[in-house]
Ligand binder design. Structure first.
Ligand code: PMP
Length: 319
């Protein structure tokens, strides 16, 4: 066994005390266990969400960002995979708020709901198996750099196709595709991967949607390009159209358009709004986060952090 650093041991002890929602009850993380043969662990038969709650220092509380939309998406995704999220969206939101209240974090938090096939048995299928459900919350900082800009590689791994497995579904097994792309990029010295579809068009990042600024217009691949239908993507489209007066076009994007874009953005709940300054060793724009990216970032963080009254409807306050 490798010895763990003291900080990691401390983190594990703290985590054991977190309140989680597991199999219909609020419990401690350390008292919640899954069996070795749990179906989803072996076959990836689960689907998850990723939701962020931001700590507001001025309001002295957490605000959860677009939480009902995440749970609604999860209900649809689960259905694709012959699973049911066990509760209506408003109850899921209430449970999440209660977890965050009990855990009393005073920092930004990631909320991870997961619905999964819980039977402890061998045999590949979705039907006639029991659905398990959990919500776990953990303190969470930046997933990728959002300040100086990140360097990306077009992955040698292609995005999983909708008729192989539903790419939009956020199902656990599909993240093997994302993990391969991310690891390849990082081991090659880049920060993130950009993944192409089977026919060679731009799909998305390993866990982010993508936007390009070309001739003053924001371009993003349509939902039929095997992307996750991102909530951050939708948020940035609203900002661009309604607040910056910039046209947003959903269309098929060629790989080489990446190299001549004026600005490129990766976005997602984890990645937030991340400027891309280099792709495949070609500088994007001036090699620095561009002005449209900066304005979108500013609008996004102000809305998430509760500093923009106009978008208060996107926030669920905790306590
Ligand atoms: N694509 C993939 C593959 C993702 O995992 C995510 C993160 N959920 C996204 C895009 C962005 O989606 P969202 O903005 O809803 O987090």
């Amino acid at each position: 066994m490798t010895e763990q650093a003291p900080a990691a041991v401390q983190q594990r002890r703290a985590q054991a005390d977190y309140w989680v929602y597991f199999d219909g009850e609020l419990r401690r993380y350390g008292d919640s266990h899954l069996g070795l043969l749990t179906h989803a662990l072996h076959y990836g038969t689960g689907c998850f969400e990723g939701i962020r709650a931001y700590w507001s220092e001025s309001q002295r509380r957490l605000n959860v960002f677009r939480m009902p939309e995440h749970f609604e998406r999860m209900r649809g995704n689960a259905r694709m995979l012959h699973m049911e999220v066990p509760l209506p969206v408003d109850e899921l939101c209430a449970i999440t708020v209660e977890l965050l209240r009990r855990n009393a974090f005073t920092t930004d938090v990631y909320v991870r709901p997961l619905v999964y096939k819980a039977n402890e048995e061998v045999g590949i299928r979705f039907h006639d198996l029991r659905d398990g459900f959990m919500i776990v919350t953990v303190p969470f900082g930046a997933y990728v750099d959002t300040t100086g800009g990140i360097r990306c590689q077009v992955s040698s791994w292609r995005r999983i196709d909708d008729n192989v497995a539903p790419a939009r579904s956020k199902s656990s097994g599909i993240y093997v595709n994302s993990a391969l792309a991310k690891t390849e990029a990082v081991l090659n010295g880049f920060d993130e991967a950009i993944v192409l579809t089977q026919d060679g068009h731009v799909s998305e990042g390993s866990a982010e949607n993508i936007f390009l600024l070309r001739r003053g217009c924001l371009v993003t691949p349509p939902v039929s390009e095997n992307i996750v239908e991102g909530i951050t993507r939708r948020t940035l489209m609203t900002f661009a159209r309604d607040e910056l007066g910039i046209d947003v076009v959903e269309r098929v994007v060629d790989r080489t358009e990446l190299y001549i874009a004026d600005e490129v953005i990766l976005c997602g709940t984890g990645a937030e709004v991340s400027p891309v300054i280099e792709i495949d060793r070609r500088r994007i724009g001036d090699g620095e986060p561009g002005p449209v990216t900066r304005r979108l970032q500013d609008l996004y963080f102000r809305a998430c952090k509760g500093d923009d009254e106009r978008h208060a409807e996107w926030l669920t306050p905790v306590g």
